[in-house]
Design a binder for this molecule. Structure first.
Ligand code: GCO
Ligand code: MG
Length: 408
């Protein structure tokens, strides 16, 4: 069996999804997601210029060997661009494998460990009252878990992932007016004084059963993160995400020494080599990698298995940055993984997205039910794809009040 051709499409409803389609001489094709948010043309070029010419003629069933060929063959290993490109190929090869076996992927992994996989939504608000409305909206829809982010009184502009005005659109993370970023202002002291009380009010309003998550988005120093984690302990968070920039992994020992708050890290990691020390030293509770830029299903499965040895559960990244193809890969991994924790969930279910990526993975009452179709169980409508083109966008950048650049 041979790969005969592969194509890359960039575009989508409100997002530049990077979709790979691999064709074979047996008519079976596979789909992969190489979307690297706000840098989408780079994995697309890596695929088109270097990887696809090598793929043609390979046997698509040898997904492990193909993964190793590209990973080791690059010599300059890892990095989000390469790993997103390898990830897309890997997903597409697993999709083909499942279609050949006539089985949904979770069966090839070892079957279902659960019926539905719990997901969390993003509740946001320009202020706390606005956020409470947003949480209530998700609770009414049956969500059991929500990530909560709100504007901070006294903070000169919106803090991480919140709209600037009440009830405004949730398109707060990417500005598609070009590649020059808008600037947000951050003040750690204001955040640290306000947020613990706000989280306590959310807990008081919604009661003990709701799983509340909060994302610090890498903005605190290690000592500040330890103080913050200690101060929110009574809220009973499901997790505190990215309390510090994760380059300095030893720094988490300070947080661990002062707090039992569960910690989730890893959405910017692209290989097991960035996760292994955090996992082995049991400095985190949830690992946040994504099948897209952590090298696909083959590589993420290795991370899941390592995590399982150390009581670390999964909490895969599922921001709107990932297409439904990556989310389908996660749906299969989540159905199988014995150490599944939760899934961030934003993309599936919008009519435009469903039209471009038809699938019967189902979301109901805050749970995802995996599709039983062979392979990934998601398709790609190329006619629909013609409606979209690439539009450059950017994450905001963050500065302190005196102008110093800070962490987005
Ligand atoms: C999350 C993330 C995202 C990122 C985004 C960057 O927890 O979902 O922090 O919101 O900011 O994916 O591209
Ligand atoms: Mg995050």
């Amino acid at each position: 069996m041979k790969i005969t051709d592969a194509q890359v499409f960039v575009g989508g409803p409100g997002k530049n999804y990077v979709t790979l389609k691999i064709m074979t001489d047996q008519g079976v094709y596979g789909l992969g997601d190489a979307t690297l948010n706000n840098r989408e043309t780079l994995p697309a070029a890596y695929l088109t210029d270097y990887l696809i010419p090598n793929l043609i003629g390979m046997d698509p069933r040898n997904s492990e060997d193909i993964w190793q060929f590209f990973y080791r063959g690059a010599y300059f290993r890892r990095g989000p661009i390469a790993m997103a490109a390898f990830g897309a190929i890997d997903m597409a090869l697993w999709d083909i494998k499942g279609k050949l076996a006539n089985m949904p992927l979770y069966q090839l992994f070892g079957g279902k460990s659960r019926e539905g996989a719990m997901v969390y939504a993003h509740a946001t608000g320009a202020d706390l009252e606005d956020l409470m409305d947003s949480v209530a909206h998700f609770v009414e829809q049956g969500y059991k878990a929500v990530r909560v982010q709100c504007g901070i009184p006294g903070m000169p502009s919106a803090s991480y992932a919140v709209p600037e005005t009440k009830g405004a659109s949730t398109e707060y993370m990417t500005d598609f007016s070009g590649v020059r970023p808008k600037v947000e202002t951050w003040d750690t002291g204001t955040y640290m004084r306000y947020m613990p009380g706000a989280l306590a009010e959310i807990r008081a309003r919604f009661g003990p059963d709701l799983h509340i998550l909060h994302d610090v988005h890498h903005r605190l120093l290690p000592r500040e993160a330890a103080e913050f984690a200690k101060s929110v302990e009574s809220v009973g968070l499901f997790w505190l995400e990215d309390p510090t920039p994760a380059e300095d992994q030893e720094a988490l020992r300070l947080l661990r020494a002062h707090s039992t708050v569960p910690v989730a890290i890893g959405e910017v990691f692209n290989s097991i080599w960035e996760c292994n020390k955090l996992i082995e030293n049991e400095l985190i509770d949830f690992i946040r990698v994504a099948a897209t830029y952590a090298g696909g299903i083959t590589h993420v499965k290795r991370i899941i298995d390592l995590a399982g040895l150390h009581h670390v559960r999964t909490g895969f990244h599922g921001a709107p940055s990932h297409s439904p193809i990556c989310m389908a890969a996660h749906a299969h991994l989540n159905a199988w993984a014995p150490n599944f924790g939760i899934q961030e969930y934003l993309v599936l279910g919008t009519p435009a997205c469903d039209a471009l990526f038809p699938s019967d993975h189902r979301m109901e009452n805050g749970m995802v039910y995996v599709s039983d179709a062979p392979g990934l169980g998601v398709d790609f409508d190329e006619t629909e794809a013609k409606r979209y083109t690439y539009s450059p966008g950017s994450h905001p950048v963050v500065r302190l009040q005196d102008g110093t650049i800070w962490n987005y």
